[in-house]
Design a binder for this molecule. Structure first.
Ligand code: GLU
Length: 275
């Protein structure tokens, strides 16, 4: 009996140690054991986790940047970075960087730094395919609109369209489900994300993107405030990603299947200027 208890305690201690090691994040500069990268887990085409496989534009950008910082793919630890938690994850050191459809804003810049930009998207609406009445946020007065807490998408609606019944969920995938089953009338966030849902097998022919963007979402790579050296290194990596054709390759690979048309008047943006 006594022996059993001891072994349970040892097992618990081992688990705690492993847990702490996993939470410690990687080294913040090159040459460390691992790099912890925050991504989305439920945004097809951008950041998607299926079993132990991670795919999407943000995942490819993160892998490219990690490589330039000296980390091989098996040294990357992926961590889910939901929209409302991103600043906290960076400030607390739980992740080394965030590549998760993360718009650079002045408000966020008070708390974290951004390398980039590496992509420019725009806010749009996802509606049911048989709905021809909702074309933009003005058509949503008195209707139910779903978005995610802590996102620019929700705050734009909150500030500019106060008559819309905004419902803030934890994730966009839950909003897409609510839209498909009729619990809400529309979903708003970046057109990149919406195109990914519209192309998913379970929503194909049922949901469509309105196609009238009403904001500019400038994606940056979030890092802890004050790490100028890391910021510069990431910007250099992003520049070579565009110059060597990788950016184009990642766009085609990840946005092609959803037939998402990249706004070429704005993309690819020139990285730099934020650190
Ligand atoms: N790009 C917007 C943002 O950073 C919306 C998408 C998201 O929540 O990740 O808030």
């Amino acid at each position: 009996m006594k022996f059993r208890r001891t072994s349970v305690l040892i097992a618990a201690a081992a688990l705690t140690t492993a847990g702490l090691a996993a939470c410690g994040g990687g080294s913040s500069s090159g040459g460390g054991d691992s790099l912890t990268v925050g991504i989305k887990y439920d945004q097809p085409g951008l950041g998607l986790k299926e079993g132990s496989t991670y795919t999407g534009f943000d995942v490819d950008v993160a892998k490219y940047v990690a490589d330039k910082l000296g980390y091989k793919e098996d040294q990357i630890e992926w961590k889910q970075a939901p929209s409302p938690q991103r600043e906290t994850l960076l400030q607390s050191g739980q992740v080394d960087m965030i590549v998760a459809t993360y718009s650079i804003t002045d408000e966020r810049k008070q708390k974290v730094d951004f390398a980039g930009p590496y992509f420019i998207a725009g806010q749009d609406l996802l509606v049911r395919s048989d709905d021809n009445a909702i074309k933009g946020p003005k058509d949503l007065e008195g209707k139910k609109l779903c978005s995610v807490k802590g996102s620019t998408s929700a705050s734009h609606i909150h500030d500019q369209y106060p008559k819309v019944q905004l419902q803030e969920y934890d994730t966009y995938s839950k909003c897409a489900e609510a839209l498909a089953n009729g619990a809400v009338d529309a979903l708003t966030t970046d057109n990149t994300i919406l195109a990914g849902y519209a192309a998913q097998p379970q929503y194909k022919g049922k949901l469509k993107v309105a196609g009238n963007t009403f904001s500019e979402e400038v994606y940056g790579i979030g890092i802890k405030k004050g790490d100028k050296d890391k910021c510069t290194k990431i910007n250099d990596a992003l520049k070579s990603m565009v110059d060597d054709g990788s950016w184009d390759k990642f766009v085609k690979k990840n946005f092609g299947p959803a037939n998402f048309k990249v706004d070429e008047s704005k993309n690819p943006p020139k990285p730099g200027g934020n650190c």
